[in-house]
Design a protein around this ligand. Structure first.
Ligand SMILES: [Zn+2]
Length: 285
């Protein structure tokens, strides 16, 4: 019995030993697994936080853009695009060595005589007028406008030419007030520097509708029935829409639904039918 008891004890101890070893191995294994899992978790957390930061940055950028949109709320995206385009063009030109700014040739002096290209008096950012060029409002253009206004009335629109001839001095006052309000960069996109305005030729008419003064000098005028009628019919009276949409890099000005230039019926019709700007039509773009 004694021997039996002893051998049972041995077997029991052996079993306990085996179980203990197995338990230790199991615990060590489990610990390893836990550690590995923790490492994976840590990595995932890092990735998560990176993504969050990226998204935060993105959100911030969007907010910044949103803010600048609010500041420049007058601008629409096509304008912005053309502004960017203009900037790119200028950068290229700078690289090539020509000095231009907002479409103007830097350091250019006003000429002593106005420029005629193919018999057409031209006034733009590249071709300024003499300071003393002061023809007043063109009688021919005024007569054409009155005829156009009469026909527009039959369509139900009462057209008003709210700004026509402007002297060099008046343009200087106007431009300077815009620069004071919006800064030079922005003012250059919608207002001419003195000597560079087409209004100084006496052939440019800013047109609006009576009773819709809220649309005067507004892009939205182009979407109104009167604005649409003008864009479609002005050439029959000798006028062209001078600064069309998406042509800022050519004309130097943002879309102006209200600014019409008198060219006479024949040339206005040719330009209109060509679908080109005056600069492109005359080959001076
Ligand atoms: Zn104008």
């Amino acid at each position: 019995m004694k021997t039996n008891k002893k051998s049972y004890l041995r077997i029991g101890l052996l079993l306990i030993g085996i179980i203990a070893i197995a338990a230790v191995i199991l615990i060590v294994n489990m610990n390893q697994q836990v550690n590995e899992q923790e490492e994976v978790d840590e990595k995932e957390t890092t990735v998560d936080s990176e993504v969050t930061e990226d998204e935060k940055e993105k959100e911030l950028t969007q907010e910044e853009n949103g803010n600048s949109d609010a500041v420049q709320k007058e601008e629409t995206s096509p304008e912005k695009q053309s502004a960017e385009h203009q900037e790119k063009k200028e950068q290229t030109q700078h690289k090539q060595g020509t000095k231009e700014h907002n479409g103007y040739i830097e350091g250019q002096q006003l000429p002593s005589k106005p420029t005629y290209i193919q018999g057409v008096l031209i006034a733009n950012k590249k071709y300024p007028l003499p300071k003393d060029f002061a023809p007043g409002e063109s009688k021919e253009a005024r007569a054409a406008f009155e005829k156009m206004a009469q026909d527009a009335k039959k369509q139900g629109f009462e057209l008003v030419a709210f700004s026509t001839y402007r002297s060099y001095e008046y343009q200087a006052t106007l431009y300077n007030s815009y620069v004071a309000r919006d800064g030079k960069e922005k003012a250059d996109r919608y207002s001419a520097r003195p000597g560079y305005s087409e209004h100084q030729t006496g052939l440019a008419f800013d047109i609006g509708e009576k009773g819709r003064e809220d649309l005067w000098l507004e892009e939205a005028f182009g979407e109104s029935p009167a604005g649409k009628w003008l864009a479609e019919n002005a050439h029959k009276y000798g006028f062209i829409l001078r600064y069309p949409k998406g042509k800022e890099n050519i004309t130097g000005y943002m879309y102006e639904a209200w600014h019409f230039r008198y060219l006479g019926v024949e040339l206005a019709t040719k330009v209109k039918e060509s679908g080109l700007t005056l600069e492109e039509y005359l080959g001076i773009n």
